[in-house]
Design a protein around this ligand. Structure first.
Ligand code: COA
Length: 182
């Protein structure tokens, strides 16, 4: 995604703005998040091997029609994280993933507020029926967030990865349109 006009969709919440990332958003600050072992510990990303170019490639791999990479920005324009969103129109479901890279913004319910807006968009505008996500069994904050947002645990893949030298399961969560509107 290049060009000068702001990419769409632009989704706003009370405290944040979400919009697809552009190549200009591949900054040393963003790279620093991927080089932070505490952040990548619970992500499926090869953190140490990331460079500004791999970030650009990753951004460019999102076509803005079925694969979206939203940046999470504060209202004064500070980039603090990302939501990935993959839309499967034929099956009418999507998958999402979140990273709050700016650790000063942990503990402020950023994932809940911003993911709620993405769910509104997915269920309300895209015609999505179900949104899915996964997190490692060691990721207590992520599990709390899914529970708080009424996601359902739909499955567990045992021994999906080794984290801190121990087997970690992958927990699969989903929320459907009716759950969300209930
Ligand atoms: C996972 C992540 C998005 C969570 O960010 P966050 O929502 O700001 O995290 P918080 O610290 O507010 O924790 C979320 C909730 O879990 C609770 N929690 C966290 N650790 C806990 C623990 N050990 N025991 C009990 N509760 C805990 C928090 O209290 C909070 O609940 P509250 O709002 O009721 O206080 C963020 O840590 C991150 O981006 N991590 C790296 C990437 C990642 O793991 N992404 C998710 C992949 S699925």
């Amino acid at each position: 995604m290049t060009g000068t006009s702001e990419p769409t969709p632009r989704l706003e919440t009370a405290h944040y703005v979400l919009r697809p990332l552009t190549l200009q958003d591949a900054t040393p600050r963003y790279l620093g998040w991927l080089h932070d072992a505490e952040i990548t510990r619970t992500l499926e990303v090869d953190g140490p091997n990331q460079t500004l170019q791999t970030i650009r490639d990753y951004i460019a791999s999102h076509d803005g029609t079925q694969k979206f990479l939203f940046g999470i920005f504060t209202k004064d324009g500070l980039h603090i994280g990302t939501h990935s969103f993959r839309w499967h129109p034929e099956e009418r479901y999507a998958t999402v993933g979140v990273m709050i890279g700016d650790r000063d913004h942990w503990g402020r319910a950023v994932p809940l507020e911003t993911r709620a807006r993405i769910l509104e968009w997915a269920f309300g505008e895209l015609g999505c029926d179900r949104v899915q996500a996964g997190c490692f069994s060691v990721n207590t904050p992520a599990i709390y967030n899914f529970r708080k947002q009424k996601w359902r645990l739909t499955g567990i893949t045992k021994g999906f990865a080794v984290i801190d030298g121990r087997n970690a399961d992958m927990l699969h969560f989903a929320i459907n349109r009716n759950d969300w509107h209930a």
